[in-house]
Design a protein around this ligand. Sequence first.
Ligand SMILES: Cc1ncc(C[n+]2csc(CCOP(=O)(O)OP(=O)(O)O)c2C)c(N)n1
Ligand code: SF4
Length: 278
Amino acid sequence: MESLGTYVENTWCPGCGNFGILNAFKKAVIALENKGISKEKIIISAGIGCHAKIFDYLNLSGLYSIHGRSMATIQGIKLANPDLKVVAFAGDGDAFGEGIAHMIFAAKRNADITVIVHDNGRYSLTTGQYTPLTEKGYKGPSTPRGTVEDPLNPLSLLIEAGATFVARGYSGKIQHLTDLITQAIEHEGFSFINVLQPCITYNNTYKKYNKLVEILDETPATIEEAIAISKRKDTLPIGIIYKTKKTSFHKRLYGDYNPVLNRMSREVKLKTILKLLK
Ligand SMILES: Cc1ncc(C[n+]2csc(CCOP(=O)(O)OP(=O)(O)O)c2C)c(N)n1
Ligand code: SF4
């Protein structure tokens, strides 16, 4: 675990759910290394927000992206070198506000990426404004009289969009979350984990989640059942909610070709250009 940490000072509020996600992710990287996937092959990206600081706290290669764009950044990395396992961290504001088009299209084309959403139901870094996942009626800095909108359901939305691995985790159940992250990264195709993440400063949901979270015994067999489970409000089921097999985007695009490993030498490139120019 220690070799996965960095020298960067951790500035998350003590008790923040992001600590559980960081620990689960480190444990998942170790589990993947034990299965033969070296950490040099695991590449990360993040948006901007409290969640995104995870990028600074992990000793892994990657590219720190901008708000709402970590899903696009990581797709580019995967397309350049499909041998890599790529993971984007996003906030719920990040992924379902400015980044929603990237989420939907990554799911639609079954891009072989993993997206981990730190769902704290708020734009926390910017002091608690409502996000597309915030509950109706929430009074915050941008909605002093309460939001009048219904929240999106991230799970059913991405199942419908074409995601082939959709899960919900809880930062308070670290071993369970570790297993979900490990399986999501191993999955070929678009994998998405919506992690229930209490923000103790702007949305302290620990009590609610400890009461309502329930581990799913098994993955629902049909898409209809998966959508029904995603929409449950009496409990919050965690686990893999939907999983199916479909050829991923880069395989459809160029089969087993790898643009980085099969790169043309400079000489061949020049000859090809000259031929085209003639
Ligand atoms: C392109 C762009 N748009 C907006 C912002 C402002 N901004 C920075 S962090 C943030 C909110 C982050 O909220 P969320 O993604 O939910 O993450 P959290 O802080 O809750 O982890 C916003 C709106 C920005 N930095 N860049
Ligand atoms: S503001 Fe909320 S999400 Fe951000 S570090 Fe503090 S507890 Fe965590």
